[in-house]
Design a protein around this ligand. Structure first.
Ligand SMILES: Cc1cc2nc3c(=O)[nH]c(=O)nc-3n(C[C@H](O)[C@H](O)[C@H](O)COP(=O)(O)OP(=O)(O)OC[C@H]3O[C@@H](n4cnc5c(N)ncnc54)[C@H](O)[C@@H]3O)c2cc1C
Length: 475
């Protein structure tokens, strides 16, 4: 019997996760799955792109090697874009002129880097001038690496997560780096003004120059980048990386008459407004929100797999409470919910440790945690995330929740989540370690922990030290 054809357009982090979720529900045998990927690689972990900037191979950050698809009967079409899709004809066409039939199609086309319309950036043919880059794909960072030389001056436009990561990478390659940020606070979406100061100091300690409240007006240089102009002032640079946000890739959906706003509009089951067409990941807009980090996207993938396979036809995605726990340019940062007290009666608890470079803040409303910012030490993040998620009441001494997850009465403190990307809790990790996963690769293979943003890998190593049978016996 022929299986229904499921086409997945895009082969990024959402698709990698969706394939796993489908596999777990028998979806890879139920459907004839075809994955179309414009990039030539198997799906890779975009979060770890700095490793490629440092000279690593894309294989090192690959989530699904090409063999993975073949071994599971998934048809993988790499290196070609889907350029046209007809809903009525249930067909799509690829950039190499081939035509494919589908019963169901999923847009997982992600985003591109948003590049400001800056004078002097583009050549007459529309491409960016030599020395100008974005930071989104493996090809982008390979080109950046090819261009970069120790001692060269680089400007990174954008002081958000990606900009700071790019700055750190280029600084590690020996370039003299200046981050140019439009707002007065670095990572202004995730951290408040004071947290931004701590973050800035930590970044400057790495030898990276930070310029805030600066608007880039033009890229200087005739054939290649020679600097930036901020209006009256100029900054010499032989290389510029634009990292000023993302733009969902909705062009194909729009051309196929799929209703879009900022992203492709989807309902609680990730359905677009056209039958048989779904969207997931950074290209999808759910309840007026387009997400730009993996944790909500992974939650979407679970629901979509439930719906597509029929494992739970009533599964519904109701939006995500977003929290971020990262190592930005080597600095631990965690953020969730509100970063400022913005309602009368909101309570703010701030702990400032100048010498350690650590800043921690809680925003409390009606005795519940509604937001937190941690810079320099995010060890309390796991416990806080759970309090934030489940809304349990805080202890009278708010500082207890910053001290240790275990001090949280009634909260998730007794079994804190260690890997926020994959929602892996301490108990599951300890169980896996005790049953033989006594190295980081084994533990990550078994539980997925540490394979997202990687910021929990230190905690995983500690858990192994504390719980692996061979190590505990010694103790
Ligand atoms: C450097 C960097 C660091 C990051 N760090 C973090 C972090 O620490 N934590 C975090 O949570 N998130 C982080 N992110 C964001 C995270 O990587 C994204 O949220 C995630 O990759 C989105 O997954 P996606 O599948 O929706 O999109 P993508 O991963 O972008 O994948 C989309 C894929 O679809 C392909 N495609 C698009 N159109 C077509 C077409 N028409 N035909 C065929 N293929 C197509 C694209 O080429 C791409 O390969 C980071 C991102 C970057 C770039």
């Amino acid at each position: 019997m022929t299986r229904p054809a499921l086409a997945i357009i895009g082969n990024g982090m959402a698709t990698a996760r969706l394939l796993d979720e489908l596999a777990a529900r028998g979806g890879l045998t139920k459907f004839a799955v075809t994955v179309f990927g414009e990039e030539p690689h198997g799906a890779y972990n975009r979060i770890l792109l700095n490793r490629v900037l440092m000279g690593g191979a894309v294989d090192e950050i690959t989530l699904k090697p090409r063999a993975w698809y073949a071994e599971r009967g998934v048809q993988f079409v790499p290196g070609v874009a889907v350029t046209r899709l007809s809903h009525a004809a249930q067909r799509l066409w690829t950039s190499d002129g081939k035509e494919f039939f589908f019963d169901t199609a999923v847009f997982a086309t992600g985003s591109t880097a948003r590049v400001p319309d800056v004078e002097g950036l583009r050549r007459p043919d529309g491409t960016m001038k030599r020395g100008a880059f974005v930071y989104r794909t493996a090809a982008d960072v390979q080109q950046m690496r090819h261009h970069a030389r120790p001692g060269m001056r680089a400007a990174v436009v954008g002081g958000g997560l990606l900009g700071l990561e790019a700055a750190k990478g280029l600084s590690d390659l020996g370039l003299s780096v200046t981050v140019v940020h439009l707002f007065d606070v670095l990572m202004n979406r995730q951290v408040d003004a004071l947290g931004g100061q701590f973050l800035r100091r930590a970044i400057e300690r790495l030898g990276i120059t930070v310029r805030t409240s600066v608007s880039t007006k033009a890229v200087l240089g005739d054939k290649r980048v020679e600097g930036l102009s901020f209006g009256g002032e100029t900054l010499p640079a032989e290389m510029v990386v634009f990292s000023s946000g993302i733009k969902p890739r909705i062009d194909l959906a729009q051309e196929s008459d799929v209703p879009c706003n900022a992203g492709i509009l989807v309902d609680d089951q990730l359905r677009t407004e056209l039958k048989r067409l779904y969207a997931v990941g950074e290209c999808a807009e759910h309840d007026r929100t387009v997400y730009g980090t993996v944790q909500p996207i992974y939650e979407q993938c679970k629901v979509l797999a439930d719906v597509l396979t029929g494992a739970d036809p009533h599964a519904a995605y109701r939006g995500s409470k977003v929290y971020t726990k990262l190592k930005v340019a080597g600095v631990e940062v965690a953020s969730m919910g509100r970063i400022d007290a913005d309602r009368t009666g909101d309570e703010c608890v701030q702990v400032i440790e100048e010498a350690r470079g650590v800043y921690r803040k809680l925003v409390v409303r009606d005795n519940r945690l509604v937001g937190a910012v941690l810079v320099g030490d995010s060890s309390a993040a796991a416990g806080l995330v759970q309090l934030f998620d489940d809304g349990s009441p805080l202890p009278p001494n708010r500082l207890d929740v910053l001290a240790s997850g275990e001090a949280i009465p009634g909260g998730g403190g007794s079994d804190p989540e260690v890997c926020n990307c994959h929602h892996v809790r301490t108990s599951a990790l300890v169980g896996a370690i005790r049953s033989g996963c006594d190295t980081l690769p084994k533990l990550s293979d078994q539980t997925r922990a540490g394979t997202g943003c990687g910021s929990c890998r230190g905690q995983l190593a500690n858990l192994i030290l504390q719980n692996a049978p061979s190590t505990t016996r010694k103790g």
